[in-house]
Design a protein around this ligand. Structure first.
Ligand SMILES: [Zn+2]
Ligand SMILES: [Zn+2]
Length: 200
């Protein structure tokens, strides 16, 4: 799998490209924007919210008459998806900055339709195979121990030999812990790499 390393400068320049395209298409009409207020667009990476690719929030500073749009793009998404997909996500978020488009209602949808007729692929939600694979391989790499319940088959992943892992790996103390799902003392520790039972 290719791993891309997108810089913040690159991300900013992609946003500027997107913004200029929105102006060219007449979707953002700078002349008609509320002249009283200054509009600021910021973009950055997010490495905490794994479930979404992008996010847009708005902050209004009434005192300085500034409206700031803060767009964040999932860092891991930019590591595994190509520039085209990143641009689709930036566009998706930029559409949220338009009047009445903070949700995915009729307004947002009609602009998305215009962009989709101009080579974009913007949906309300998207799910890219490469991203799902990337995140699951990231998780697998971090997992050292898998605690598996023999009764309900539920699995719990651990990155370190924590107290729970140590107790469950020991014959004398393994019954100190119950499965959170089925409440039975049927948990066993497995080595995540070899899938071998660890029991001392
Ligand atoms: Zn959205
Ligand atoms: Zn269980």
């Amino acid at each position: 799998m290719t791993k891309f390393n997108m810089s913040i400068n690159k991300l900013e320049s992609l946003m500027n490209d997107c913004k200029n395209e929105l102006i060219q298409l007449g979707i953002i009409d700078e002349e008609n924007m509320n002249c009283e207020y200054k509009y600021v667009y910021k973009i950055g990476f997010n490495d905490r919210a794994l479930k979404r690719y992008g996010r847009c929030s708005r902050k209004t500073d009434y005192h300085n008459k500034t409206i700031t749009y803060n767009i964040t793009i999932n860092k891991y998404f930019t590591e595994c998806c190509d520039e085209e997909k990143v641009k689709n996500t930036i566009m998706h978020e930029l559409l949220h900055t338009l009047h009445g488009c903070m949700n995915h209602g009729v307004g947002w949808k009609s602009y998305a339709d215009i962009l989709n007729r101009n080579g974009y692929h913007i949906n309300r939600t998207s799910s890219y195979k490469e991203y799902n694979e990337y995140v699951s391989s990231m998780r697998n790499n971090e997992t050292k121990y898998i605690v598996r319940c023999e009764h309900c088959n539920k699995e719990y992943r651990y990155q370190k030999a924590s107290k729970v892992i140590k107790s469950l790996s020991n014959v004398l103390s393994r019954s100190n812990y119950i499965c959170p799902a089925c409440h039975r003392t049927t948990l066993k520790v497995y080595d995540a790499k070899t899938n071998k039972l660890i029991l001392n």
